[in-house]
Write a protein that binds this ligand. Structure first.
Ligand code: AHM
Ligand code: MG
Length: 349
């Protein structure tokens, strides 16, 4: 059905099938005074996603086409896919005029966009360009994660580290792209969570999952059980609880762990459940990064009715101390996260 048949003010369900750009624009029109910056930013992220998607789909051909981190047929060093994805994001975002700096898992320090390309640098963007990249070689779903923040320092002065080190509650928009059996972009700007599926035949994302709500309780747990030798007792007791039979409360749960945060999170978002990457005796703060892995997912899950904690604090309230900071993560269905928290705090089990 042609897009123009939908009214801009229709509820999300009625907008099913519209393009991502049209959807964001219609949201923006609801805010008098909005200058369209935001929709252009998300459009650029959408472009980056399409380019990365095209390369990810060729991943099985990397030995032939390059992007291996090895030498190509001419004997030249070729880029790894995660470094390539980082470059794609950088180029998609460095000429918008509204972004003053970028930070990414692939860059030790923020990338400050040259002043010539910044008219009104109100925003900074943090991203993980290709999360779960150890799964590329085995054709398992991977993803990109992003988060948009408004700068705290004055728009015309230099970007400071404080512009990045904001609690997740300050995020204006966060999302991820999953390169799976189909490619989807899921995002929130604080007005619900919406999922768009890429139609590869026309190269557009269409609204396919309006207003996603995570079930209040699921029957899936996701954790790397290979780390169980290092788990604290509280974590071990919680996982044992989920595996014990109790028909009334739907236990035992199913264990599902892909090893790609985006894919594990996406499944649990749609089906319900809990994902944990806890701190343990080996890695005190777990593995996942606060700014561009945990915060975006926490914003999304809360908007979908779920919850995210590090075991003691709401993820979105943590004041980051450094750019690449790691935090323990427990995220998913509201009641599952509440129960996990009771175990982790020693109040249950
Ligand atoms: P990466 O950013 O280096 O890809 O690492 C993050 C990934 C997540 O996608 C995933 O949840 C986690 O690492 C899996 O780690 P592990 O293999 O230790 O279970
Ligand atoms: Mg990552």
């Amino acid at each position: 059905m042609p897009e123009f048949m939908y009214a801009a003010t229709s509820p999300a369900e009625d907008l099913k099938g519209v393009t991502l750009e049209r959807y964001i624009r219609s949201e923006e029109l609801k805010h008098p005074g909005a200058r369209g910056f935001f929709s252009r930013l998300v459009s650029q992220i959408c472009l980056a996603a399409k380019i990365i998607n095209a390369e990810v789909n060729k991943a099985g051909l990397v030995e032939i086409l390059g992007l291996t981190g090895k030498k190509n047929i001419q004997g030249e060093e070729v880029q790894k896919l995660d470094e390539y994805a980082n470059e794609v994001f950088r180029r998609a975002l460095d000429h918008t005029g509204y972004v003053s700096a970028l930070a990414s898992e692939e860059m030790d320090e923020p990338y400050l966009i040259p002043g010539d390309f910044v008219d009104d640098g109100q925003y900074v963007v943090v991203y993980d360009p290709l999360d779960g990249s150890s799964n590329i070689d085995v054709n398992v779903s991977i993803g990109s994660i992003f988060s948009i923040l408004r700068r705290r320092s004055p728009g015309n002065g230099p970007t400071t580290m404080e512009d990045f080190l904001q609690p997740g509650a300050a995020q204006l928009c966060a999302g991820y792209v999953i390169y799976g059996s189909s490619t989807m972009l899921v995002y929130t700007s604080g007005r619900g969570v919406h999922g768009f599926t890429l139609d590869p035949s026309v190269g557009e994302f269409f609204l396919s999952h309006p207003d996603i709500q995570i079930p209040p309780r699921g029957r899936i747990y996701s954790i790397n059980e290979g780390n169980s030798a290092y788990w604290h007792d509280e974590v071990a007791r919680y996982i044992a609880h989920l595996k014990a039979e109790d028909k009334a409360s739907g236990r035992p749960y199913s264990g599902r762990y892909i090893g790609s945060l985006v894919a594990d999170f996406h499944r649990n978002l749609l089906k319900g459940g809990v994902f944990l990457y806890p701190g343990d005796k080996k890695s005190k703060t777990g593995k996942l990064r606060l700014l561009y892995e945990c915060n975006p997912m926490a914003f999304i899950v809360e908007q979908a009715g779920g919850a995210a904690t590090d075991g003691t604090r709401r993820i979105l309230e943590i004041q980051p101390g450094k750019l690449h900071q790691r935090v323990p993560l427990v995220i998913g269905s509201r009641d599952d996260v509440a129960e996990a928290t009771r175990f982790l705090q020693g109040e249950a089990g």
